[in-house]
Ligand binder design. Structure first.
Ligand code: SAM
Ligand code: SF4
Length: 296
């Protein structure tokens, strides 16, 4: 048994449950989104992990004989590392663990601003081929209110770069993020962003405030009114209704969701819309996740 010296807590997308989590950075280089408390503890302040330490961990893993097929680079935005450093990390992975088939990472749009499509294509060829992009919304006003530091245009540009490099993107959109006031424009503009980008994967999570709403409210000038369950479903209906996706795996099954939705868009759009309509119009007819089972 091998113990990896993580700086805890460590977060990963649900779909990376069976991957090796390789911490190549600690924390998040931005760390200013008002809804996100994930890397705000002092010991998680942003820093790079020394390459020698990463190589030592990889060597220990290789020596353990545990088969490793997939690796997720942590923490919050490992793609902030320079192309040169990412290449060194990918070389170390391929040299030490040649059985690895896929490497993925969280990725902020700004992480790619100074990386060319050609550079991303080289990393993709080395196995770094899937990026989880927390777009959260396609609405510029909502993005500004939550201090995401990104916009419709910057998010689209990053998603287009990923596609042009031959890699895949998995986008996260936050249900309820604009509250009552901005719910419809958040849904419609998020759908516009997805239609323009055509990501390979799309998931939605419900925005929640485990450490309280105060910081979030501040960005809205105290004007944020959280959506109730029906409001969240209505917003999901608007989003799905506006989506014109060709072949995107859609998942709304994260533990924060009341209503679990899964399918391939556009093929399953009518079925998913029908499920949301039933949840809205005939409460009780659709199974919902109990409040005590929800979490981040
Ligand atoms: C660990 S974060 C890293 C993502 C990456 N830094 C980015 O912004 O693209 C992963 C995702 O968790 C989600 N998340 C973070 N805080 C949340 C909250 N309070 N409620 C719901 N989802 C949250 C957001 O969708 C975020 O993109
Ligand atoms: S959502 Fe992503 S970019 Fe924003 S603070 Fe959290 S980890 Fe950092």
């Amino acid at each position: 048994m091998i113990r990896i010296p993580y700086v805890e807590p460590v977060f990963r997308p649900p779909s990376e449950a069976n991957s090796l989590i390789l911490q190549v950075t600690i924390g998040c280089s931005w760390n200013k989104c008002t809804f996100c408390e994930m890397y705000t503890q002092p010991h998680k302040s942003f820093r790079f992990k020394p390459l020698e330490q990463i190589e030592a961990e990889l060597a220990a893993l290789a020596g353990s004989g545990v088969p490793i097929r997939r690796i997720f680079l942590a923490d919050g935005d490992a793609m902030t590392l320079s192309y040169r450093r990412l290449k060194l990390i990918m070389q170390a992975i391929n040299r030490t663990l040649p059985g690895v088939q896929r490497v993925s990472s969280y990725c902020l749009p700004r992480n790619l601003r100074h990386k060319s499509v050609e550079e991303l294509a080289v990393l993709n060829d080395m196995g770094l081929s899937l990026f989880y992009v927390g777009c959260e919304s396609g609405d510029d006003l909502v993005l500004e209110r939550v201090n995401k530091g990104e916009s419709f245009a910057t998010s689209l540009s990053a998603l287009q770069k990923i596609k042009a490099a031959g890699a895949k993107s998995s986008v996260m959109i936050l249900n309820g993020m604009g509250g009552k006031k901005y719910s419809e424009q958040h849904a419609v503009n998020s759908a516009r962003l997805m239609n323009a980008a055509q990501p390979e994967y799309l998931s939605t999570l419900v925005v929640s405030f485990p450490a309280g709403e105060e910081r979030y409210q501040h960005g809205f000038g105290g004007d944020f009114e959280a959506l109730d369950q029906a409001g969240l479903f209505r917003e999901m209906y608007w989003l799905l209704d506006e989506l014109e996706l060709e072949n995107t795996i859609f998942r709304s099954d994260h533990a924060s969701n009341y209503l679990v939705l899964k399918g391939v868009l556009g093929k399953d759009k009518p079925r998913l819309l029908q499920t949301v309509r039933s949840a809205l119009e005939q409460p009780g007819s659709v199974r919902l996740r109990e409040e005590w089972m929800r979490g981040l």
